[in-house]
Design a protein around this ligand. Sequence first.
Ligand code: NAP
Length: 244
Amino acid sequence: MDKTAFVTGGSRGIGRAIVRRLAAAGYAVGINYLQSEALAEELASEIRAGGGKALAVRGDVANREEITAAIRQAEAALGPVEALVNNAGIAQNDLFQDTPETLWRRMFAVHADGAFHTIQAVLPHMLHVKRGAIVNISSIWGLRGAACEVAYAASKAAVIGLTRSLAAELAPSHIRVNCIAPGVIETDMVKSLGEVTLAELTDQTPAGRLGTPEDVAAAAAFLAGDGADFITGQVLTVDGGFIL
Ligand code: NAP
């Protein structure tokens, strides 16, 4: 395969697993990071050592100029992006009435604006070749809502609205836009919840375990790949049955 993918927030957690999975499938991968430079560089080296192509590029998805420049840097080295995974994300845990405006805006800036920026950066090429796959990572809380995570859930719901609307707009151009709504996945993001809460969440999961980054990566690779050629505008829940 001679395709280039770009994964935002590819340095850690779910994004890191998605990068590995896409590289194993033969994609050249642009690995975006914000702060975890060493981890992103190490991952890029690992892929190159295995015979693949990868480049780590810094950029805040919330900053249009920065993330656009990062995508251009990756494209200059790896080729035009035909698979984009919007994975970068941040978490929140406080009451709505205590949520500062800065946090509310940052949630939307990273999740909703971030996807807006990256998609607009890769779309001209995708429209030109009439080919492309976009996978947005939302959350089950974006589907169902969640107390003490209103800003997070609302911004993740925005990502679902963006996915469905853009899928309808781009389907005639053979560009697919899909979304994944992960349940509770074992990464740094959920570590702060503590052992007791994680045990409770495990109990509430019909599959009897928490998800792994690899569980989400498998779904992302499927939605990005040709096997999902007739699938667009969908929200695929990867949660072990949590919100059934
Ligand atoms: P994580 O372990 O905390 O990793 C977050 C990643 O996002 C890191 O690579 C981080 O990069 C990057 N990032 C954060 N803000 C960024 C920004 N402004 N610009 C560029 N990169 C940024 O989180 P995770 O659990 O893997 O989550 C990945 C995605 O899945 C998120 O969108 C999250 O909301 C979603 N999700 C996670 C769960 C879960 O249970 N874990 C459930 C549902 C949905 P640096 O480290 O380089 O700064």
